[in-house]
Design a protein around this ligand. Structure first.
Ligand SMILES: Nc1ncnc2c1ncn2[C@@H]1O[C@H](COP(=O)(O)OP(=O)(O)O)[C@@H](O)[C@H]1O
Ligand SMILES: [Mg+2]
Length: 257
């Protein structure tokens, strides 16, 4: 089967700072991959390269078999209209939800569909309501974001990304800014998406989510994948002391024996 995301020898630098140093990663269709790693290890940069908010300096990315960019003299070149199309195929949800405050929940979820995909308002509305129902917030459609809790706002942001019919969803620490009592509802929504077969790559410090939901866990260290494999293997019997130390520092969640 063609992987949903295939990354080969990906490099990204900011000036002299070499952040991603040769990432190889496959995400199979329907798979949920969790990226772990300490702050500054390059997790966000990797996600941002997968949807080309950042252009890689070297390497190849294929989305469902399609090579993004064109090769010229051994280097990849990217055209902006190609990247715009790509960004609709790879949805992303961030730590801060960035909902438009002057639009209702429904309008927030319709906006990208109308402006970017050119859908009719009627079609976008139906789609938005269906995605809001999927995250359990259909009844909030007429509200303004200021009337929602942080967890509800984040679920609207997820619905907004889903409404674009992405082939892959990227989640960058989407529960990190939430009050602890609101984390569970967002993780539950993400778990449900994974169970429905959505292909997802999630950066999270929620080790329990990684253990119970991920098909694969990757540990990033200094711009490289230090360990990857099935959750029970990486999280219970890590090969390196680096991963063991990291997990010891996140021991609030006790893995089942
Ligand atoms: N736009 C940028 N310009 C310059 N440096 C950046 C930029 N984005 C990230 N970095 C640097 O790249 C490194 C990795 O950052 P990041 O990918 O955000 O790590 P993580 O998400 O794992 O905490 C850090 O040293 C960070 O300061
Ligand atoms: Mg980050």
């Amino acid at each position: 089967m063609t992987p949903a995301v295939e990354i080969r020898d990906l490099h990204k630098s900011f000036g002299d700072l070499h952040v991603l140093k040769g990432i190889d990663l496959d995400v199979q269709q329907g798979e949920a991959v969790v990226l772990l790693g300490s702050s500054g290890s390059g997790k966000s940069t990797l996600l941002r390269c997968i949807n080309f908010m950042e252009e890689p300096n070297d390497g190849r990315i294929r989305i469902n078999g399609d090579l993004i960019g064109a090769e010229r003299g051994g280097k990849m070149v990217y055209r902006e209209n190609e990247l715009c199309k790509l960004r609709t195929r790879v949805g992303m949800v961030f730590q801060h939800f960035n909902l438009f405050p002057h639009m209702t929940v429904l309008e927030n979820v319709m906006e990208g569909q109308v402006v970017v995909l050119g859908r009719s308002k009627a079609e976008a509305r139906d789609k938005a309501l269906a995605q809001l129902a999927r995250v359990g917030l259909e009844e909030k459609a007429p509200e303004y974001p200021s009337r929602l809790s942080g967890g509800q706002k984040q679920r609207v942001a997820i619905a907004r990304a889903l409404a674009m019919d992405p082939e892959v969803m990227l989640f960058d620490e989407v529960t990190s800014a939430l009050d602890p009592e609101l984390v569970g509802e967002v993780l539950k929504t993400m778990r449900q998406l994974a169970e429905e077969g959505m292909t997802m790559v999630c950066v999270t410090h929620e080790i329990g989510f990684a253990y119970h939901v991920a098909n694969k866990v990757c540990f990033l260290q200094d711009g490289q994948i230090l360990e990857q494999g099935e959750p029970h293997k990486v999280l219970k019997t890590p090969e390196t002391s680096r991963v063991r130390d990291f997990l010891d520092g996140h021991s609030l969640f006790k893995l089942p024996d």
